[in-house]
Design a protein around this ligand. Sequence first.
Ligand code: ASP
Ligand code: MG
Length: 819
Amino acid sequence: MKIYKFGGTSLGSAGRIRKVTDIISSALQEDELIIVVSAIHRVTDLLLEAATKACSGDEGYRNILGELEQLHTAIAGELFSIERSEEVKQSIHADLSELGDIIHGVYLLRELSDRSLALVLGFGERLSARLVSSFLQLNRIPSVYLDARELIVTDANYADARVETAETEKRIKKRLSVIDGVPVVTGFIASAPDGTATTLGRGGSDYTASLLGAALGASEIWIWTDVDGFFSADPKRVKDARVLPFISYAEAMELSHAGAKVLHPLAVQPALKAGIPLLIKNSFNPEVPGTRIEPCPRQPEIPALPVTGLTSINKIILLNMSGSGMVGVPGIASRLFSRLARHRINIIFISQASSEQSITLAINPLQAAKAKKILEEEFSSEIASRQIDPISIRRNLAMIAVVGNNMSGHPGVSAQLFETLGKNGINVIAVAQGANEMNISLVVDSHDEDKALNSIHESFFLSQGKVHLFIAGTGNIAKSLLRQISAHRVNLQQDHDLDVIVCGLANTRRMAMDDKGIDPQNWEETLAVRSEHTGIQGYLQLLRERNLHNTIFVDCTASAEVAASYPELLLDNISVVTANKLGMAGPWPLYRQIREAQRKSNARFLYETNVGAGLPIINTLNDLKNSGDKIISIEGVLSGTLSFIFNELRKGGRFSDIVRQAKDAGYTEPDPRDDLSGADFARKFLILGRELGFTLEYADIVCESLVPEELQGEMPVAEFLNRLSAVDGWYAAEIEKAAKEGMTIAYAGEICNGKASIGVKRVPVSSPIAGLNGSENIVVFTTERYRKTPLVVRGPGAGGEVTAGGVFADILRIASYLV
Ligand code: ASP
Ligand code: MG
């Protein structure tokens, strides 16, 4: 014999009840069944609302009663033929008019005791059980309606009654032995010894099913609900959550206590005692095997993970009692807990450190004020004498429970757990783990709940890690980056267990956001004007609200405003990869803020492409520094345009011709004076100088502009190019003079002794700088270890593809830290 319990959504409509009847009738071919039902979806809530409205004098309760009648009669109308349906509607009406009388009484008296409320709430199950039983009969399945008030005896604690198990077992056995046909039992309701109605607490029908199964020695108890079983995490919050095929009773208890709503926590106990397996099945999807809860559940072929599942309770408060007067004083905890118990305040979580200076409790927010008051009364004299501080309350918190049989004796679980949270900048406010090591519970800010669940889930359950990118800028670099990500994504998934997801993309006017990922191939179509959040601030605001785990902000703009947001992002523990120089080469205060934020943050900040695009310059420099080398000097050419001009000049061209040629080939900015001024070049040297630890502002870089003084006024580009030939002679002469000494000229930068300068310099013909080709960049590190032959990094230092490649590499560097 099996117990089949159907929850409210499984009975939510006539169609659903038909489906349930199919499930029952096919099961009956093999097994004897006892059916337990919940109230129809929403009905218990409506009953509660009606009663509370009535009690507060709100006549709205009448509408709710109307709604209840409408809901049940409509279903009856659909299920039954006209004559039969009249009969069923009659009985619904009779129940509801009894209910109406009771609630009217509540309305008149403006008084709603737990005792009256229990009676009211029980109507939902009475109505649904009658409907199901009648419909089974209509389908030629002999069936008997059974009111659980006859079967289950509890104490007189009406709202959340404790079951008297011995007496209950006796009654169940006796009553069920004389029944012919399939019993349909009302879940949730019971009666006190004097016969008045009580309830088993919200969601209590599962408990009813388990009590029946245990008393009757059922072979299995099936809980039919609207989800596929126990999940490794709440699938509404964690997209990748999966069904757990087997879990132990203990795990089921831990998970259901900690918020997984699949099963009433008390339902495990009777089944466990009687050794009966519990199954969670989806009535919307009966073919799916569901979750089997057993004493020793796992099949040998399923490797046991240390963590079975996680759940959360999203609204709790922490109540904290602390004070020096608590240390070494026995009896404080006892008083604390017994006072709360006497007022039926349920404690979800307890934590006390060994200093005994403070005890922290988590409770339901609805009981917060009451609990605080009670404790302030209890400890009033200690508070007055300052032995104990005033009781403090912290709100808007969530409790997350990480559960698993196999966590016990398995070192490293908590290390992995806290490391994951830490890297995502999730602050853990309180922690508790009992010595059974089955459950690590932690309290975090509500805002971080989903982020915590997702990052923990990914860390323990998934072989593949994710990083979520939010890109700013949709210019060349961003376009190349998107192309590269799209080309390489599958590879990263397969070979590196990493999924790089572009969740956001924005320029100054338009943005696109999608947690599941924007298609990197068709992103242009998804960009839309978001009136409510315009500009970078709006974008960043949305990114913060999303609060996804493993988030990386990728700056492909050249905007000072975007750069100014780095410190804040880092302090929010969002990692940043940037191709935009205006942060690291920005004003000194901004630079300092970024560095400081970086120190305080668990997030990473990488900017390799700020100097020499994809060339490994910053990384090389840091490797040298970190491994104890001393940098003597850095020289280099860090402008592709100026590199080109001087490389051509050395071959014997005329300066003004070469500039014109470079412009025509698209090597220069639209106005070549922007390159000739050396400003961008100087910024890169500013960054290198700061990297070496010097306090430098842009103005400290000695920068020689190649725009001749007499041509510095405003004039059109064409005129400028025409008049530039005035300096051709000077360059030719310089090269000639230098050549006499085995030297040549280059536009290069140098940092030495804390001084940075860029400009036209003489360099030996044999120097690597003199050997550059095309628009190549170069950096020459002379260090203690690389003194005789300097360390040289050379290659193309600009262009969308190589810059994007450098950005991508930085992203992957951060990903391998995060994941
Ligand atoms: N109908 C009750 C409730 O909504 C009991 C149950 O569904 O298990 O809480
Ligand atoms: Mg339920």
